[in-house]
Design a protein around this ligand. Structure first.
Ligand SMILES: *Cc1c(COP(=O)(O)O)cnc(C)c1O
Length: 393
């Protein structure tokens, strides 16, 4: 690092921005400071614009981001909300799903997927995944359908698009809604369209580490259904249809205009960042071909954009020991997720004991997420690969 860069870094650290990992020995799991630095002038200008407009709730920045994001997803409408969790909750409520209903999803997701179902008033029905793709197993989903089932939530885990035709036809046969949890899959696409735009609604998160991340919390629901979009706009804003008139009980959960303005700076760059992720993932796959690890959740079609590599995970024996050895060699990794949802104390009331969803449980012991972010260099990736070879030797 040059003295000028160091000086800038020190200033940024003083201003509370996430530091750039400065130790050449360490490969961070994720680092956004470099990305923010490269677009710093535009982020500053966006902040300045919101500050000058002095509209701090909803307004033009939110509306513009919504239409730009809807276009990116190939959906007619986007509704900006406070988080990915709220995006899922509102999608369910907007589709009329609540008390007395059951909603089927996979146990190997982030806990938000199940929390949203319960927050909407419905009961989460957790099923197992296909261990090769990590997507919800359509046969397990079919077997879990009861007269109370109202919806399916496929999760595009790690950025890999769930194979949607079997899910859509299952839903069609039973009259179920399909809500995509696209929190990890901004921009992925396959048969039927882009992530979030394939089912009845798609929920996104703009949590800072997601492929499209705000500088704080944020989320959105996308849908082709104008009437649903309208209900979602009410739900996020106290259930209000016109000022101080509330046909339904709503929430206070609106995408912040400042976050919308910052996201508008990032959205035009998302496709290039995705390309960088895909290049790095392809290098990992090539360089790990001989290693004693599995790469589950590979892309389905070689050149199609059905995987945006939010996370690059490998499956290995003795994961925890390998992780410790990687850490000693300066490589930072994360486990997504060490406890499947049905084994979380918060969901003990579902009564799903150990061994009830064996693939999800086994994978939670064996998956390890390697560093991957658009600004990662090939040299960093090589350091991860050689550290991994050494750790497994
Ligand atoms: C991040 C995430 C969410 C929740 O998003 P928040 O913005 O953190 O509320 C939901 N589902 C999945 C799969 C996620 O990865």
């Amino acid at each position: 690092m040059t003295p000028a860069e160091l000086e800038l870094l020190t200033q940024e650290e003083r201003r509370g921005l996430a530091p750039i990992e400065d130790d050449p020995f360490v490969v961070p799991f994720f680092e956004v400071a470099r990305q923010h630095r490269s677009i710093r002038a535009e982020l500053d200008a966006a902040f300045e614009r919101v500050f000058r407009q002095s509209v701090f709730i909803l307004g033009e920045e939110v509306e513009r981001f919504e239409s730009e994001f809807a276009a990116h997803c190939g959906a007619g409408h986007a509704v900006g909300v406070g988080s990915g969790l709220d995006a899922l909750t509102f999608a369910l409520r907007g589709l009329g799903i609540g008390r007395g209903d059951e909603v089927i999803t996979a146990a190997n997701s982030f806990i938000a997927t199940a929390l949203a179902i319960h927050a909407a008033g419905a009961t989460p029905v957790l099923v197992d995944c296909d261990p090769r793709t990590l997507a919800i197993d359509p046969a397990a989903a079919a077997a879990a359908i009861t007269p109370r089932t109202a919806a399916l939530i496929p999760v595009h885990l790690y950025g890999r698009l769930v194979e949607m035709p079997p899910i859509l036809s299952l839903a069609g046969r039973h009259g179920l809604a399909v809500i995509e949890d696209a929190a990890q899959a901004h921009g992925a696409w396959g048969e039927g369209g882009r992530a979030g735009g394939i089912g009845d609604a798609g929920a996104f998160s703009f949590y800072p580490t997601k492929n499209l991340g705000a500088l704080g919390d944020g989320g959105a629901i996308v849908t082709k259904d104008a009437a649903l979009a309208d209900r979602l706009r009410r739900l996020r804003n106290y259930g209000q249809s016109e000022k101080y008139f509330h046909p339904i009980e709503g929430y206070n959960s609106r995408l912040d205009p400042l976050q919308a303005a910052l996201l508008r700076v990032k959205l035009p760059r998302l496709d290039a960042w995705t390309e960088a992720r895909r290049r790095l993932a392809a290098m990992y796959q090539e360089r790990l071909a001989e290693a004693p690890v599995e790469v589950p959740a590979r892309p389905r079609m070689r050149d199609a954009l059905d995987h945006v590599f939010h996370i690059f995970a490998i499956e290995l024996e003795d994961r925890d020991a390998a992780r410790a050895r990687l850490h000693e060699r300066g490589v930072r990794t994360v486990i997504h997720y060490p406890t499947p949802i049905h084994r979380q104390p918060a969901f003990a009331w579902l009564g799903l004991g150990p061994g009830s969803l064996p693939h999800s449980e086994r994978l939670s012991q064996r998956l390890l997420s390697l560093p991957l972010f658009p600004e990662m260099t090939e040299a960093q990736l090589d350091r991860v690969v050689s550290a991994l070879h050494a750790a497994l030797a």
